[in-house]
Design a protein around this ligand. Sequence first.
Ligand SMILES: Nc1ncnc2c1ncn2[C@@H]1O[C@H](COP(=O)(O)OP(=O)(O)O)[C@@H](O)[C@H]1O
Ligand SMILES: [Mg+2]
Length: 256
Amino acid sequence: MELLHLHNVSLWRNSVTILKNINLTINRGEQWAVLGPNGSGKSFLMNIIATLVFPSQGEVIIAGKKLGEVNVWDVRKHIGIVSDYLQFSYPVKTKAVEVVASGFYSSLGLYQELSPAMIEKAHTILRTLDLHQYALTPFGKLSYGEQKRVLIARALVYDPDILILDEPCNGLDIRSREEFLLKLSLLVQMKKHIIYVTHHIDEIMPWITNVMLLYEGQCMYAGDRAVFDDEALLTKVMGFEVGIFKHNSRMYWYVK
Ligand SMILES: Nc1ncnc2c1ncn2[C@@H]1O[C@H](COP(=O)(O)OP(=O)(O)O)[C@@H](O)[C@H]1O
Ligand SMILES: [Mg+2]
């Protein structure tokens, strides 16, 4: 069943084309990676899917609802997004459980009363994500990777079908990154559909089923992860001659 559909989506700003004729269908049961170099338009595309940016042209259909024809808040509940922006802007004194609950109001910090049900839900999500020991820890006292995971919990308060992670491993050292990536499989067990955005092929975990390759605002490929056998295409997309080797169901690349 179709969860998300983009039809000929384009975006321009001040006569600069940022995204051009993007088509994408995400079905239930699929886990996607979006791979492309810096500036290829990944974050703009994710903000369009998260209904934060409206496309200049084209159609966005989320859970059968067409953007522009329905109340955007109803659509937004189907989608969670975690990006660096949120992490850097968050008030450091807010306790983790309140950070999570603030997702109910889409606010940074807490300015509105939380109901007992909201707080209970926040605790439940923290438990599910194996974060409950940090429930009362101020956001600023958490490690970078823990902060990221708390923001993932925050994005889950409305039980969205789709969770967008826009370069979540930026700024993590190798050990924190590996720990973070392993914990993501909890989200797969929760039957979330992840869109994992990155420019590092080694972050593409074995549970990723599909991939989109973006290059200068254009989709060069959208489909099965078997594309990683096509070094010529990856070379074109990433802009350097790349070779790939596989080890323990993970992929790594090198300059040829
Ligand atoms: N206000 C703007 N006007 C025109 N171009 C912009 C604007 N903001 C960002 N861009 C350009 O849009 C492109 C895509 O940006 P982005 O989606 O952030 O890329 P990515 O996430 O893949 O690194 C970049 O080349 C960037 O320079
Ligand atoms: Mg980006």
